[in-house]
Design a protein around this ligand. Structure first.
Ligand code: MGD
Ligand code: MGD
Ligand code: MO
Length: 767
């Protein structure tokens, strides 16, 4: 990969997928020097008896394929199985200050971490530390705090059910509910918003529903890049004449035209499938206006005597219909069209597709969740589905497309800063300690606590917290004031370099690797985005003999911190089956007989009551909820304001950058770009490929700027601009988040364009 190649920009016109994807898969295996090893591992990925792909949370298909992986799953695996190693030699060569000057891409390219390291301030270097000393350091820091609430325990969604469950027990036994979690920046609006509508905060579909659907909607999700295996389902649907409606401000290539790498005929004939039967070129945050427009079209047709709603379902299963309809009918078409950016004609046409379909699936991603009213927007999507009885029948339901492979599972097994009293009572009964009752911190709260100086210790179970959260420079400063930061990770990342007075890097065995414990080789489990729990067992030798498993690390942190604990920590790390036994005891409704049931290599499905038309809401019904107005973001009084959406490229996994290119969007060797419509650029009097500065329209007096971004002409809607996460996180204010869930509104940052001033950038860089 060529980090220093010359940037260039050229629209990508072939279909996505196809041989381009096959070539990219081969290339990454070559670059990481793992062609033989990587290919062997790819054969075991997502197969019974093998391990689950470490990339996204999309489930395995209902019908088996020989190879079940995608280009981006292969990238995730190749970089995990890489031959490259970070040893103590790297830390002897570079001080932390010197490493800070390197790019995220360079840090990732150094390879797998191999032994525990401790920060030494006298030399500004990481030096080797024994595991024993590392754990006693954690134990003494945690014991020394005035209150357990001064520690923050982060989780990223690659962590297994077993490790996450034990981590949540350890942290609660220690005495806090401070569980900032990557989910807080991701599908938290689903977890917190959807229960008010249908009683659960999870998706309601299973894979076969894609086959039975008569219409599929994809809102705000870049499927071809972020859950590529779902492309097979969309291709299948289109080949069977099922309409696919894509709602997105960016015409993402794979959602327009795609060649299925799993289809030998299409590959051989260079054929492809048109995916979007309707592409809805929505304005950023225009989704509510669009959905209300669809509803209004349906209500108007019903008033005119047509049968377009499932009246029997509404009568038997729902509450609040009339009030919701009355509110929607107050919205006038002109405002709906202006705010969504979509013509009344197209909205009516799509409402007709919806009305004709007897079974509709609506999928959505970060384009919906990461807004100031993301959770409320998801409730409106649920309402739209309810209008036609699209819950509890084959081919229908709501499908939040989750991110990290086990982000949903981690939440299910206790990573939750707002635990319910019933759950805490069960913990007490099963483990015999009194858990803390007070709610803890989510991500935003935890950063605020660091800024306020009330947080002292940060422990990161996976992930790259500093680069995932908003307000990068402010967070850097806050984290540097901590007493201790701990990164439990596979790869070197920014989080290890922006550290507290004391700091530890604890390297772990990865998902694809063999996990040997006292009772033999262990497997773990994960829960995918459709609530299937499946086993995952690594097949590769660990990257180094000096790695520990996440489970083992949790147990040893617990023993070092809670020497008097009556919980048999040691036995759990020796036999993960015992952990599953405890999960079954704490969650008998969904996890009864877990150790037995998981013997089926295909796993099992966790009960989702709305699939049975049972609604665990306060009213016992599915609720139509009122969301006034047409905006999912607060208005900003500035005529020059643009809405910035911070998105992923095709060659990154969150904060991990595989290359600086983004093939399907035609970007090569550059990540400091801004996608903007040519007309919008001209209206601002700017030239194509000109460098500019972006500044947040802030309300708190803090200056937030990113300098030197290159403008790339792109078919964006009016008032919209897009650029890459995490580079643009300095523009995302900590106080810009979803009002129900606290999820940062990373898709709707109010910004203005300024001329680029190289001198100003130099001054800022030097500071
Ligand atoms: N290869 C790869 N796979 C991944 C990840 C990765 O980084 N790389 N990350 C994983 C994780 S943790 C997650 S959460 C998922 C993320 O997967 P996605 O949800 O696809 O996340 P984003 O790339 O942020 O893109 C969101 C999409 O929303 C669109 N969008 C932006 N604003 C709006 C809006 O106002 N309305 C609508 N309708 N659309 C909008 C953008 O144009 C973009 O297509 O993927 C997971 N899988
Ligand atoms: N502006 C903006 N900000 C965003 C987003 C956005 O769209 N825009 N998206 C948000 C979303 S959806 C998410 S999910 C977060 C992601 O936030 P995180 O989950 O914190 O970030 P990742 O980049 O996925 O974490 C990568 C690191 O995880 C470690 N790792 C990898 N595999 C393993 C493993 O098996 N075990 C352990 N212990 N460690 C491992 C590696 O060291 C790697 O460097 O970012 C959020 N931030
Ligand atoms: Mo995510």
């Amino acid at each position: 990969m060529d980090e220093n190649g010359k940037p260039h920009y050229a629209p990508y016109t072939p279909p996505a997928g196809g041989w381009g994807a096959a070539r990219a898969t081969a290339k990454i295996l070559l670059e990481q020097s793992v062609v033989g090893k990587g290919s062997r591992a790819l054969l075991a990925m997502n197969q019974p008896g093998g391990f689950k792909c470490p990339s996204c949370a999309f489930p395995d298909p209902s019908k088996k394929k020989l190879l079940e992986f995608c280009e981006n799953g292969a990238k995730a695996l190749a970089t995990e199985a890489t031959k490259k190693r970070v040893t103590r030699a790297l830390f002897e060569q570079y001080t932390v200050t010197e490493l800070m000057a390197r790019s995220d891409y360079w840090l990732e390219e150094q390879g797998r971490l191999t032994e525990p390291m401790r920060y030494e301030s006298a030399t500004d270097r990481y030096v080797p530390v024994s595991w024993e000393d590392a754990f006693s350091m954690i134990g003494s820091h945690l014991q020394a705090l005035d209150s357990p609430d001064e520690a923050e325990f982060y989780t990223s969604g690659r962590t297994s059910n077993e490790a996450a469950f034990l981590y949540s027990i350890f942290v609660r036994a220690y005495g806090t509910n401070n569980f900032p979690d990557c989910s807080n920046m991701c599908h938290e609006p689903t977890s917190r918003g959807l229960p008010f509508s249908i009683g659960v905060g999870k998706g309601t579909i299973v894979m076969s529903d894609f086959d039975d659907a008569e219409a599929i909607f994809v809102f705000g999700q870049n499927t071809g890049t972020n859950s590529p295996r779902m492309m097979s389902n969309l291709v299948h649907a289109r080949k069977h004449g099922v309409p696919v409606v894509v709602v997105n401000p960016m015409p993402e290539r794979a959602l327009i035209r795609f060649t299925e790498p799993q289809d030998p005929v299409q590959m051989a004939t260079l054929g492809s499938t048109a995916i979007a039967s309707e592409f809805v070129h929505i304005r950023i945050g225009g989704d509510l206006a669009f959905v209300k427009g669809m509803m209004k079209a349906l209500f108007e047709r019903e008033a005119a005597g047509e049968t377009v709603l499932d009246r029997a379902f509404i009568a038997e299963h729902t509450a609040g219909f009339e009030a919701m309809r009355d509110e929607v009918m107050t919205q006038d078409w002109a405002a709906i069209v202006r705010i969504s950016g979509i013509s009344e004609e197209q909205i009516r046409r799509i409402a007709d597709i919806y009305a004709k379909s007897n079974a509709t699936v609506i999928c959505y991603g970060m384009g919906i969740t990461q807004h100031q009213k993301g959770a409320r927007m998801i409730q409106q999507i649920a309402s739209l589905l309810m209008l036609h009885g699209n819950f509890g029948k084959p081919g229908a339901g709501i499908a939040p497309i989750r991110g990290h492979s086990n982000v949903q599972g981690d939440r299910t097994v206790g990573i939750d800063e707002k635990p319910t009293p019933a759950y805490l009572d069960r913990l007490r009964a099963v483990f015999g300690f009194e858990p803390p009752r007070e709610h803890g911190h989510h991500v935003i709260d935890s950063v605020k606590a660091m800024i306020a100086g009330t947080a002292k210790v940060f422990i990161g179970m996976g992930g790259n917290f500093v680069h995932a959260v908003p307000d990068t420079p402010i967070t850097y400063e806050a984290m540097r004031r901590l007493d201790l930061t701990v990164g439990i990770t596979t790869k070197l990342n920014r989080g290890h370099l922006v550290h507290g007075r004391d700091a530890l890097i604890l390297p772990v065995i990865a998902r694809s690797e063999i996990d040997r414990q006292k009772t033999g080789e262990q497997f773990v489990t994960i829960e995918d985005a459709m609530s299937n729990v499946t086993p995952s067992k690594g097949v590769l030798e660990p990257a180094s003999p000096d790695l520990l498993s996440e489970v083992d690390i949790v147990c040893r942190m617990a023993r070092a911190t809670l020497p008097d604990s009556v919980i048999p920590w040691e036995s759990y790390s020796e036999d993960y089956g015992l952990i599953r036994g405890k999960i079954a005891e704490v969650y008998p409704e969904i996890y009864a007989d877990f150790p037995e049931k998981i013997k089926d290599p295909k796993g099992f499905h966790l009960d989702i009551p709305p699939r049975r038309r049972v609604w665990p809401t306060a009213s016992g019904k599915a609720n139509f909820l009122i969301m006034p107005g047409l905006d999912i973001d607060s208005p900003v009084d500035d005529p020059a304001m643009l809405r910035l959406s911070t998105i992923r490229s095709h060659d990154q996994f969150n904060t991990t950058i595989y290359s600086n290119s983004d093939r399907y969007r035609g970007i090569y060797n550059d990540r400091m770009v801004l996608f903007l419509a040519a007309a919008e650029r001209e209206a601002h009097g700017l030239m194509s490929n000109q460098k500019v500065t972006l500044e947040t329209v802030s309300t708190d007096g803090i200056l937030r700027r990113v300098e030197g971004l290159t403008l790339v002409d792109y078919p964006m809607p009016r008032g919209a601009v897009a650029g890459y996460y995490p580079e643009l996180n300095p523009l995302l204010p900590l106080n810009h988040f979803d009002d129900i869930s606290g999820t940062p509104a990373a898709k709707s940052i109010p910004v203005r364009l300024l001329p680029f001033d190289a001198e100003r950038k130099e001054t800022a860089d030097a500071a």
